[in-house]
Design a protein around this ligand. Structure first.
Ligand SMILES: Cc1cc2nc3c(=O)[nH]c(=O)nc-3n(C[C@H](O)[C@H](O)[C@H](O)COP(=O)(O)O)c2cc1C
Length: 524
């Protein structure tokens, strides 16, 4: 039986005979242009000036030897064995190597297996790719930070730890990569797939050089012992790498990718159907007359996980929402000012004045307002009832109470949602990151206004967006919760739970905090 199991298997590579990986051929990425520089720059030996560009990146290669120039031009339409192309001319080989390391970020490494195209490893940043030395019997596996997704009909392997992506063009490579997600050795993969040991080793070495594959040692894999990587969730690191410029070469910033095909979302959400409760509007004079100085609000601000004996009043809720989130002005699209979409102005800042955030309130205890879930209409300064079903309300309130570790349920649970397409219509790569930044600036605005008003604020770090979407009747990918904030009446000074930092070692101007607190308490 054991012998029959081996029928048809190719002999395992001998451990003593090193397997030589087949080398990759190089081409420029599809979006690279190679042009002749000015004729004036040419020299008597026929050296030329070439300009290699990709988007706004331009490299001027002065004094390029004719043999090297010919190879570079060829690389715009086919993969070239660059080493072989200049092997007979050492001076050209040196220049070729220098040029390729300078243009590393524009290259695609083409690997072949069994005479066919197997994979293309493209650079997404400036670094050139160097294949890692991999022993055919060393443990290898796909990095736990790598992912495989379909792009233009091809599986593509990417990782936030890598400045490369591997486009799996060959069927054998796809089988090999599937095996790599489980792990093994290059020698074993050569047995299990129909690829030669040299081809497998070339693919594994290049994927390892690209940091898409990990190579282990007797102690396992270095990434598993790395205390920094251990503290990164896969999705967090991917989000970080993709929402910042640098190692990713996709569209980034205000590129208006959908301008020609999709209408921008309205600047203000159409208020839902439901009974409306107009909110009191605070007169500016009265607010200015009673407000504490900015420094008192900033320095005396603290999170309060608890509530006073008396419920929050409708006037307080109205003033809080008016001062933090109302719409002050609206405008139609202003394309001549670089704003081809309608916009608004509100008290807190928002990227591109896009104001994607909406507020919904789960009201638990507000004098003059029935418990329920409401949408805040920031133009009409009114609340619109969207759900008065007690069970879902209680689920959300309990979730929030547990998140603060408090015994009592807050008076109001503010749910912050984002109408995501307000930002993603304009921004690529950074839209969701901008949403979360908006949540941050809104939180601080809410903290400061609540502090100035003598209310109890507490931000929350997470929430159940599915539960919220169900309770509010939202379409998860169109609009869902991205933040939560609790607001209550302030407990009496004697009942105020200690601040988290009470008793910590004092470093810089702790007296500012104490005096600001005294100022706030004196004003109650
Ligand atoms: C983004 C963010 C998330 C937070 N999440 C929670 C939370 O889930 N539960 C909680 O009790 N406090 C939460 N807080 C409040 C912090 O614990 C608090 O700001 C921190 O301990 C500093 O204390 P201070 O606000 O009293 O100065 C959060 C604050 C922020 C800004």
């Amino acid at each position: 039986m054991a012998e029959r199991a081996h029928v048809g298997r190719r002999p395992q590579p001998d451990r003593d005979v090193p397997v030589k990986p087949t080398s990759a051929r190089l081409a420029f990425r599809d979006d690279v242009i190679v042009e002749e520089g000015s004729a004036a720059a040419e020299t008597a030996e026929g050296r030329r000036t070439l300009v290699v560009s990709r988007g706004p990146s331009r490299f001027t290669l002065r004094g390029t030897r004719p043999e090297v120039a010919r190879v570079l031009v060829r690389m715009t339409h086919e993969p070239v064995d660059t080493e072989a192309a200049v092997r007979d001319a050492p001076a050209c080989a040196r220049q070729m190597s220098a040029v390729l390391s300078r243009l590393g970020g524009l290259l695609a490494h083409h690997l072949r297996a069994g005479g066919e195209e197997a994979a293309r490893i493209e650079s997404s940043a400036g670094a050139p790719l160097t294949a890692a030395p991999v022993d055919a019997h060393a443990p290898v596996r796909m990095s736990p930070f790598s992912l495989c997704r379909s792009v233009d009909g091809h599986p593509v392997v990417e990782s936030p730890l890598s400045t490369f992506r591997a486009v799996l063009t060959g069927a054998g490579t796809r089988r090999l990569v599937a095996e790599l997600f489980t792990g093994g050795t290059a020698a074993r993969f050569a047995e299990d797939t129909a690829m030669s040991p040299g081809d497998v080793l070339a693919l594994v070495s290049h994927l390892a050089g690209a940091a898409l594959v990990d190579v282990g040692d007797v102690e396992g894999f270095a990434v598993d012992r790395d205390p920094v990587l251990a503290q990164w969730d896969f999705h967090d690191l991917l989000f970080h790498a993709r929402s910042r410029s640098g190692r990713y070469d996709g569209d980034y910033g205000a590129v208006f990718a959908h301008r020609a095909t999709i209408e921008p979302c309205p600047a203000v959400r159409t208020p839902p159907q439901g009974s409306r409760t107009p909110l009191p509007r605070p007169p500016l004079g009265a607010v200015l007359a009673k407000d504490v100085p900015l420094t008192v609000a900033v320095e005396g601000r603290r999170s309060v996980r608890g509530r006073g004996l008396t419920p929050l009043s409708l006037a307080e809720l109205g003033e809080f929402l008016y001062r933090t989130a109302r719409v002050r002005t609206v405008t139609e699209a202003l394309p001549e000012q670089g704003m081809p979409y309608p916009a608004t102005s509100r008290p807190y800042p928002s990227g591109g004045a896009a104001y994607d955030l909406e507020l919904y309130l789960t009201v638990n205890r507000v004098a003059g307002l029935a418990p329920g879930m409401y949408h805040y209409d920031p133009v009409g300064h009114a609340l619109v009832l969207v759900n008065d079903e007690p069970e879902q309300r209680q689920l959300l309130l309990d979730w929030a109470r547990r998140a603060t570790g408090a015994d009592q349920t807050a008076d109001v649970h503010v749910m912050v949602t984002s109408r995501f397409q307000r930002l993603s219509w304009k921004y690529r790569g950074m839209a969701y990151a901008a949403t979360l930044k908006h949540v941050g600036v809104l939180y601080q605005t809410m903290y400061l206004v609540a502090t100035a008003m003598g209310l109890a604020p507490c931000a929350l770090g997470g929430g159940d967006s599915d539960l919220t979407a169900t309770a509010l009747g939202l379409d998860y990918t169109r609009e869902s919760a991205v933040g939560e904030f609790l607001l209550s009446s302030l407990p009496a000074p004697g009942d105020l739970p200690p601040a988290g930092h009470d008793g910590w070692e004092r470093v810089n101007g702790h007296s500012w905090y104490r005096q600001a607190r005294l100022h706030l308490e004196a004003g109650r």
